[in-house]
Design a protein around this ligand. Structure first.
Ligand SMILES: Nc1ncnc2c1ncn2[C@@H]1O[C@H](COP(=O)(O)OP(=O)(O)O)[C@@H](O)[C@H]1O
Ligand code: SF4
Ligand SMILES: [Mg+2]
Length: 333
């Protein structure tokens, strides 16, 4: 097995709640990430899925050192990311890069594509000017953008083209790891496929490791080797992609799969009723999924179930997991 390049251990992030007033009132803190353990191996694509608001972006930002954890740690090839962020920021940026969901708003509207792509070459790699020109041309070619686009500004591009620029900018640093936060969610479906193909191709050619975040399971199924499912700030299931899709063990993963139409599976829109993700500022006691879980029993509401090994490489956090290959008929068991 390949070495671990990126690792999160007991990772937590709370927002607010610091300014407690002396008389005990104040904003309650919101725990967006509640103790996540993850390992990403070299050359792997890890998919992170879950409903909007479950903490995916907060986790992603900590993984790349864009935001500091309030608990636990992230390690990049064994080195503490928070420490690198303080003492070796450019080295951190050279190793791990982030691709944003909204391509256009992540690009400076006043800069040309050349300026956008040259910035990391200059700042992070200290590349001399003439080499930078060459490298910008290479980057444009890597993401299939026409060379003459290099002197245009972001607003002159479509969403798909903007995302290609965002990807080229991330690649400019020659990172080992790319964390992509819903990189195709803002794009038309036809463009999504092109960008996904491009990402798959780049990964092969450049030997990259991806953390690929998406609320769209169909996207994850085709691109990812392993998948982590998040629910209210926790990873509730983590397994090889084919295993998760064929034999989910956590009732939430099962419901998520049932709710999405994917190749060969019919969707059941009632499998996950919308708007029921609990308030992260006041999580339910015990298992956070209990209020929506068809298998919940009283003891599920007592203590949070730990992430446990169900089979080789297959982890799930549930006291009453689905049987292997239980598939369609889970609520009966
Ligand atoms: N800067 C912030 N301040 C306060 N709350 C935040 C902040 N960023 C995210 N949150 C909250 O944290 C939770 C997780 O958000 P996020 O990580 O964006 O979820 P996702 O990316 O899965 O949609 C949400 O309840 C969100 O409102
Ligand atoms: S621990 Fe209980 S409530 Fe939580 S997912 Fe498992 S069966 Fe459902
Ligand atoms: Mg998000």
């Amino acid at each position: 097995m390949n070495e671990i390049v990126l690792e999160a251990a007991s990772l937590e992030k709370s927002f607010g709640g610091r300014g407690l007033l002396p008389w005990g009132k104040g904003k309650r803190s919101l725990q967006a990430v509640r103790g996540v353990d993850l390992q990403v191996r070299k050359g792997e694509t890890l998919g992170i899925v879950g409903e909007s608001g479950c903490g995916k972006s907060t986790l992603a930002r900590m993984l790349v050192g864009l935001s500091e954890p309030t608990g636990g740690r992230v390690a990049l090839s064994g080195r503490d990311v928070a420490e690198m962020r303080r003492n070796a920021r450019s080295e951190l940026r050279r190793k791990v890069q982030f691709v944003f969901q909204d391509p256009l708003s992540s690009l400076n509207p006043r800069k040309t594509v050349r300026q956008i792509l040259e910035a990391p070459l200059d700042n992070l790699l200290r590349m001399p000017r003439d080499r930078r020109r060459e490298r910008v041309a290479e980057l444009m070619q890597l993401v299939n953008l026409r060379p003459e686009f290099v002197d245009r500004h972001p607003h002159e591009f479509s969403g798909g083209q903007s995302q290609r620029i965002g990807i080229a900018r991330a690649l400019a640093a020659e990172p080992k790891v790319m964390v992509l936060d819903e990189p195709v969610s803002a794009l038309d479906v036809s463009v999504q496929a092109q960008i996904l193909n491009l990402l798959g191709d780049l990964k092969q050619r450049l030997g990259l490791t991806y953390v690929f975040i998406s609320h769209d399971l169909a996207v994850v199924e085709h691109l990812c080797d392993t998948v982590a499912v998040m629910y209210l700030g926790n990873v509730v299931e983590h397994a090889p992609a084919e295993e998760i899709f064929r034999s989910p063990r956590h009732p939430y993963t099962h419901a998520l799969l049932q709710s999405v139409p994917t190749l060969g599976r019919r969707s059941d829109p009632d499998a996950l009723s919308e708007g029921e993700l609990p308030n992260p500022a006041a999580p339910p006691p015990g298992c956070a999924f209990a209020p929506r879980c068809p298998r919940a029993r009283d003891d599920c509401r007592q203590a949070r179930p730990p992430l446990e090994r169900m089979a080789d490489g297959h982890l799930a956090a549930c006291y009453y997991p689905l049987a292997r290959e239980a598939g369609k008929d889970a609520s009966q068991a």
